[in-house]
Design a protein around this ligand. Structure first.
Ligand SMILES: [Zn+2]
Ligand SMILES: [Zn+2]
Length: 262
């Protein structure tokens, strides 16, 4: 607001409206809009709402027209000596410049307060950014250490799985060996028992002729076992063959009898 601005503002703190029409001017160099002036100065004693000065004099408060008519302007200072006219004008100019200065001070105060708030907010923002950066770096560190831990676990896992596979291979090998040994023992046991039960002579060859069995082949087991398995099979088959032959012999006369009857 410069000296040439053509309007003053109401000095009532919460109003600050641009003045027009009529205004209330005080001896303590304050000015109010018609609403606030008429409201505040209707009480007695009158107190300035801007500076709390007591305004008890007859001309301490004046209600003045801000855009006076040409007739008023022509008559209000007419007849006065030039020094009085200039004195009145100088006092009126001093009032105006005081108002402009006050407004300037008020705006500067507002600006400094806004700047202080801005600085405070910037400070808070900087602190927040700093703490965020600290948190971020801490989290990055945590991620790095967790990655290391994960790598360690991965390495351990691959080691353990490799060991497990090795154990599995060993287990399979042992299981194969165990199975072959068990089979061998079983075959040998059965063979010996059969030999004890049937001491009579029988040829291995004739037994083979009665069989349609293929020789068993057990992986990882020597030819001795194959021979033993075949031996067992032959014995069993011969036993069955003897029985079936005997029943056939028994049945033969019956069939012939039946044929004769027919
Ligand atoms: Zn006002
Ligand atoms: Zn005042």
């Amino acid at each position: 607001m410069s000296l040439c601005d053509d309007t003053l503002l109401c000095n009532f703190t919460k109003c600050r409206t641009k003045l027009s029409g009529f205004a209330w001017v005080t001896a303590c160099s304050h000015i109010f809009c018609d609403q606030h002036g008429s409201g505040e100065f209707s009480r007695s004693p009158a107190i300035c709402p801007a500076c709390s000065s007591a305004l008890s004099g007859k001309l301490d408060i004046v209600r003045t027209e801000l855009s006076p008519s040409e007739e008023y302007k022509a008559m209000v200072l007419a007849g006065l000596r030039p020094d009085i006219i200039l004195d009145i004008s100088a006092r009126a100019m001093a009032f105006w410049s005081y108002q402009v200065h006050q407004e300037h001070m008020y705006q500067e105060y507002n600006m400094s307060r806004a700047e202080a708030q801005l600085k405070q907010m910037e400070k808070v923002l900087t602190q927040q950014n700093h703490s965020r950066e600290l948190e971020l770096s801490a989290m990055r560190g945590e991620i790095t250490s967790l990655k290391k831990v994960m790598e360690e676990y991965k390495r351990k896992y691959s080691e353990v799985s490799e060991r497990l596979m090795e154990r599995n291979r060993q287990y399979q090998k042992l299981q194969g060996l165990y199975d072959s040994l068990r089979l061998r023992n079983m075959v040998v046991g059965v063979g010996e028992r059969d030999m004890l039960l049937q001491p009579g002579h029988h040829s291995f060859k004739s037994g083979m002729n009665n069989l349609n069995l293929m020789p068993l082949r057990v992986k990882g087991v020597g030819s001795n076992l194959t021979v033993n398995v075949l031996f067992l099979a032959v014995n069993n088959e011969q036993q069955r063959g003897v029985h079936s032959n005997a029943s056939e012999v028994k049945q033969l006369p019956e069939r012939r009898k039946a044929k004769v009857r027919q």
